[in-house]
Ligand binder design. Structure first.
Ligand code: SUG
Length: 450
């Protein structure tokens, strides 16, 4: 099948300091695995295996480099002084959570890197990118600067790509990127509906709010992005995530719904007034696309929100294979879950899903990151795809090279105490320096620019 546009998944490559520090309040897996020993090598290889699966299914797949960690600039900005190893030792003694924050490999979850609108939706006919400010969590708030630089480097041609700065760092404008954004369209090169899901309206305290856990996305941030991208207000929907869902561990909406082209798979307790949300979405979609939206609702009696969070079934990737079949890429954890198995059986025998594949992402999952968290979707026309930095596009050769690179540089065990080991800084920098050569990205890290 010839395609004039396609969705390309850009996955965050897991960095060499992947660890479990329990940094994300409201992310139940992150809390549960706090201080366990991680395996950065396995984490990176699992992520690469998922990318390879996508490539083997006939889909284009891109790679986003990890960020430079530890980010010692963070520790210096909060008052730790001296040489690198002194800064690390003092932070370990006085503020181990800050030390963990500056070591987090969280940029692997590329769904939080940015919000991306395809050219067909944007007034100026370019693909628009807004890196997320990620200010709700300290360890993630240090990502936007490098993310912005990397995206500008990969999508460099101003005739095709428009880059905005991350939104100003104020709680009013807290933004977590594509994890709370879904685009629905009949084709990737036709206008679609952009659905923005927010956790809080920062200007209206009378609206329902979560009680236990933070709402990470504000309505005002989503509105700002829609304005910046020049989206058509008729086809832009802002809907509120249910506070109960946030309190049940749905810290990003992509833990309770996923959409792809004309299909929207969602838990009926994901939104405030879900029936009205779906009706609104259907109408917007029909008037934009001229054809109906296919919705796949899941009621709590079939799967509770808690079970959705446990299994991460809504964090599966929905992709259309080159022959048009809809495929679902699920976390391995779904295989062990009888109720999820029954749900998936219903979807496959009913014909909604043509192909079902499971991926083992255990290392990332233990920090609350499933298949869809690891990828940033960028719908591109053939012409736009030609303008993407070619060396980040996965090929069998690049895959082999990246596997060898991981095996050369990554540790297979990282315990909380290892974060004060100054050798880890050198190891990590050596790995990243080499990676920028493999991906031909030039200097992107602060240590390369010093
Ligand atoms: O922001 N976990 C990430 C998981 C992000 C998942 N992304 C999407 N749902 N799209 C987060 O909570 C845990 C880090 C730690 O605890 O060490 C963490 O940051």
């Amino acid at each position: 099948m010839t395609r004039s546009a396609q969705e390309v998944n850009f996955d965050g490559l897991v960095g060499p300091t992947h660890n479990y520090a329990g940094l994300s309040l409201g992310n139940l897996a992150s809390q549960r695995h706090r201080y366990s020993v991680s395996n950065p090598r396995a984490a990176a290889l699992e992520g690469l295996a998922k990318m390879k699966l996508m490539m083997d299914l006939g889909l284009r797949q891109g790679v986003l480099p990890p960020q430079d960690r530890p980010d010692l600039r963070l520790l210096r900005r909060v008052g730790f002084e001296g040489a690198d190893d002194q800064v690390l030792q003092q932070a370990q003694r006085d503020a181990p959570q800050l030390l963990a924050a500056c070591y987090s490999a969280s940029s692997m979850w590329a769904a939080n890197a940015a919000t991306v609108s395809p050219s067909a939706d944007c007034r100026d006919g370019r693909v628009h990118f807004t890196p997320a400010n990620l200010l709700s969590q300290l360890h993630r708030s240090i990502e936007p600067e490098t993310t912005a630089l990397v995206l500008r480097r990969i999508f460099a041609d101003p005739a095709c790509f428009a880059h905005h700065d991350p939104l100003p760092c104020a709680a009013h404008l807290r933004d977590e990127g594509a994890a709370n954004h879904t685009r629905l369209a009949p084709r990737h090169d036709q206008p679609g509906v952009e659905l923005f899901v927010y956790g809080v309206d920062a200007l209206d305290a009378s609206r329902p709010q979560p009680r236990r856990y933070p709402a990470r996305q504000s309505l005002q941030a989503s509105q700002a992005i829609a304005r910046l991208h020049g989206l058509d207000p008729r086809y832009t929907c802002f809907v509120q995530q249910s506070p109960q869902a946030i309190d049940a561990g749905v810290f990003h909406n992509d833990v309770a719904s996923v959409g792809h082209l004309d299909v929207f798979f969602y838990h009926t307790e994901a939104f405030v007034d879900a029936p009205a949300v779906i009706e609104h979405l259907r109408r917007a979609y029909e008037s934009c696309a001229g054809s109906p939206l296919t919705t796949i609702p899941v009621e709590p009696r079939e799967l509770s929100l808690d079970e959705a969070v446990e299994s991460y079934v809504f964090n599966s990737q929905l992709v259309r294979l080159p022959d048009g079949t809809l495929a679902m890429i699920c976390p391995e954890e779904c295989r062990q879950h009888p109720k999820v198995q029954a749900l998936l059986e219903r979807l496959t025998t009913g014909g909604s899903i043509g192909v079902l594949r499971y991926v083992n992402l255990r290392q990332s999952m233990r920090n609350g990151g499933g298949p869809a968290c690891l990828r940033l979707r960028v719908a591109l026309t053939d012409q736009e795809l030609q303008r993407v930095h070619p060396d980040v596009m996965l090929t069998p050769t690049l895959y082999d090279e990246l596997v060898r690179w991981v095996e050369r540089h990554y540790r297979s065990e990282l315990a909380p105490n290892d974060l004060a080991d100054p050798k880890l800084i050198q190891e990590s920098r050596a790995a990243l320096d080499e990676l920028t050569r493999i991906l031909q990205l030039g200097s992107i890290y602060p240590f390369q620019m010093a």
